[in-house]
Design a protein around this ligand. Structure first.
Ligand SMILES: *Cc1c(COP(=O)(O)O)cnc(C)c1O
Length: 404
């Protein structure tokens, strides 16, 4: 008799966004005349830029000819893309990353889950609380998180690092020593960042205790402040303790196109074993490679035109973020984020819970946002609004919130 992976049975039933979807659908059905605006989406809305579209068209034509056709992609990704990544994301920032330390993938969500394959079940993870739920959920599926304690909405074997107003939305070094530390900056959902010297403390700590940091830099393109690092490898000693995850989703609109990459330096070793080799083995065996057409699209993001056009898209979203920040501040809300990330994090007013505020906003302003409690226990009492909507809808939504 076959057996299933019973870790899946421990996962709490309903996923945050399906709960939201159900509530919104029910509200719309009961109120068909209402114009409901979503500031809850964690997905981009601007189309792929012309430089990317041109590159894809060209690559499609190449696939139509025997001389220029491409079959299976190389395991690590095409060299044209990996050198563009090395030169633009690393060399240009004074960081020396080798081509065979870059692994092209179908995105940071897959990588942040799959990376667990190269680690023993017997590792204790530490996560920022609140944070992108994928880290905890995938570790739960692997059997690393212990038991789920429903009343506390937390797992028994996870070190939660609260990121609240009291800590300026940054994690503090944990009292209990973790093996694997997930850091995500700029952060989803809080939009918070840490400075290079703060990140250096994490790198020093990880090297000292023998932990590995998995650094999710999916929002790197949104950084506007000078003292915020764009890559963890700007910190001394990061190559011996850190893996970095990157994505083309939020900087260039590839959420439906799919492309990302992971960096694993060869210096990163556990008892003398290179994690780079393990991941190369895993990548070659379990991943079929991102399609040629999509890798050409990714290369185009680094062309002069691609850089200018994607920068404009990021600026568009960040202008929305400013509208949300300014509007909420004027309306008396306590807000953070929104400066280096397309997320604005607000404290719910009048002691409302995150879900109470969700209902309040939906019913009285016809606006959909995301309850902070969905991102971890310390998100209770907070709420996320995103800047990924249109400018017009963002303005309209903020006017409604102001007149609540
Ligand atoms: C959106 C998001 C991702 C997803 O990246 P993909 O490349 O689209 O899989 C990864 N990490 C965080 C924190 C995100 O918010």
């Amino acid at each position: 008799m076959y057996k299933i992976n019973e870790n899946y049975l421990k996962l709490p039933g309903s996923y945050l966004f399906s709960n939201i979807g159900k509530k919104v659908a029910a509200y719309k059905e009961a109120n068909p005349d209402k114009d409901v605006i979503s500031l809850g989406i964690g997905d981009v809305t601007q189309p792929l830029c012309p430089a990317v579209i041109d590159a894809m068209h060209k690559a499609v034509d190449e696939m139509a000819n025997a001389e220029t056709f491409h079959g299976y992609a190389p395991d690590l990704g095409y060299e044209f893309l990996r050198s563009a990544i090395r030169d633009n994301d690393y060399k240009a920032r004074g960081v020396d990353i080798a081509l065979d330390e870059i692994f092209v993938s179908d995105g940071a969500k897959s990588d942040s889950g799959n990376i667990g394959d190269i680690f023993s079940v017997d590792n204790k993870i530490a996560v920022c609380d609140p944070v992108y739920p994928v880290y905890v959920d995938t570790n739960a599926m692997a059997g690393r998180t212990g038991e789920y304690i429903a009343e506390q909405e937390r797992w028994s074997n996870v070190i939660y690092m609260p990121c609240t107003k009291a800590t300026n939305f940054a994690p503090e070094l944990p009292k209990e020593t973790p093996d694997i530390i997930y850091l995500c900056f700029p952060n989803n959902p809080t939009g918070s960042t840490i400075t290079k010297s703060q990140l250096q403390e994490w790198v020093d700590y990880a090297n000292k205790v023998g932990a590995v940091i998995i650094y999710d830099a999916a929002y790197e393109a949104y950084i506007s402040e000078d003292d915020v690092p764009h890559t963890i490898y700007e910190c001394d000693g990061a190559k011996t303790c850190a893996i970095e995850l990157r994505s083309f989703s939020k900087n260039a609109g590839f959420t439906g196109t799919r492309l990302g990459f992971t960096v694993i330096p060869k210096e990163l070793k556990s008892n003398g074993v290179m994690l780079n080799s393990l991941w190369a083995r895993r990548h070659g065996t379990k991943f079929n490679g991102a399609p040629y057409i999509i890798q050409r699209a990714g290369e185009a993001v680094y062309s002069e035109a691609g850089k200018a056009q994607t920068k404009e898209q990021v600026a568009y979203y960040m202008n929305n973020a400013k509208v949300i920040m300014d509007g909420l501040k004027n309306a008396g809300f306590s807000v953070s984020g929104g400066v280096n990330a397309p997320y604005v994090w607000l404290e719910t007013p009048d002691g409302m819970s995150s879900w109470e505020f969700f209902d309040h906003l939906l019913t009285n302003a016809n606006i959909v946002g995301t309850p902070g409690s969905g991102f971890g226990p310390s998100g209770e009492g907070y709420f996320r609004l995103t800047a990924f909507g249109t400018y017009e809808n963002t303005l309209k939504a903020i006017e409604r919130i102001k007149s609540l």
